[in-house]
Design a protein. Structure first.
Lengths: 91, 91, 91, 91
């Protein structure tokens, strides 16, 4: 079982909202909305995306890493999780 | 004229692709894709979003700020642009 | 004249404080301070550093870019400033 | 035993170098170095700081969280680690 499957609906609701926000960005540009207002909205979408990422990472640590730990394979999972955090920080 | 209206199609193409990527994220979760792979994809979407933001900021500095400068109102525009950069950095 | 030379003392005061905070981090590790507390302090130092960066960028836009603009070389300066913002966002 | 005590020297060497870099930033401003070059150097110092943070987080997950897990207190430690990641992402 994958960790975040527990809250699958929750992730999908959040992603559906983000998808709507991205469509909204396209509309803002279509309507020549003031650039700074588009930038504010982009910051809000990025934050929402990072929220989904943090949720996945949380579940990953709570489930995948622990399950792997029980099989003596936790170290690789932690390395993998750390690489994911490093990628999140680079964005 | 708003600065980035010059490349309107370009922004909309990029945003349409991001929208597709967000839909892809939802599908990945639907199909129980391994969390780390979803996180990698989230980092890629965030980067694409930041790219759109940088494009808007670039046009803003090249057009809105200069136009405002010509009217003697450049300082307020720069303050506003800096606040937008600060918000982008906080994400 | 370089833009931020106006507030030179201010930047140096802020950097002296950051230097002290980095020394404090070293002491925290020397004394086996709890990792999460060290991480909180690192986030605070990073934020202070970004603050200095935002200040420099602000002055850059207000002075160097405008001076270059008056000489018809503003476009290159904006490109350069945007590359600096992109680097700040990647960290 | 705190996890990162294993590499204490390593952290302190890295922090000593960061401290030197911050001092270098102060010197750059003292000498009116071109703002964009100072910004490039700030990005490099921030990256080095984040590297120290990632190292601490890695050790935290490998040691503190596992030790807590063995005592049945792992969940709180993961929550705490996730809050630290969220703070790192906000910078």
């Amino acid at each position: 079982m994958r960790g975040y499957s527990m809250h699958k609906d929750d992730y999908q609701r959040r992603l559906a909202r983000i998808e709507g926000q991205v469509r909204g960005l396209s509309r803002m540009i279509e309507e020549d909305t003031y650039c700074i207002d588009v930038l504010t909205q982009i910051a809000s979408v990025s934050k929402a995306l990072q929220g989904v990422g943090l949720g996945l990472l949380d579940e990953h640590l709570r489930h995948c890493v622990r399950d792997a730990d029980a099989r003596g394979e936790g170290d690789d999972k932690i390395t993998e999780a750390m690489q994911a955090v490093a990628r999140m920080l680079k964005v």
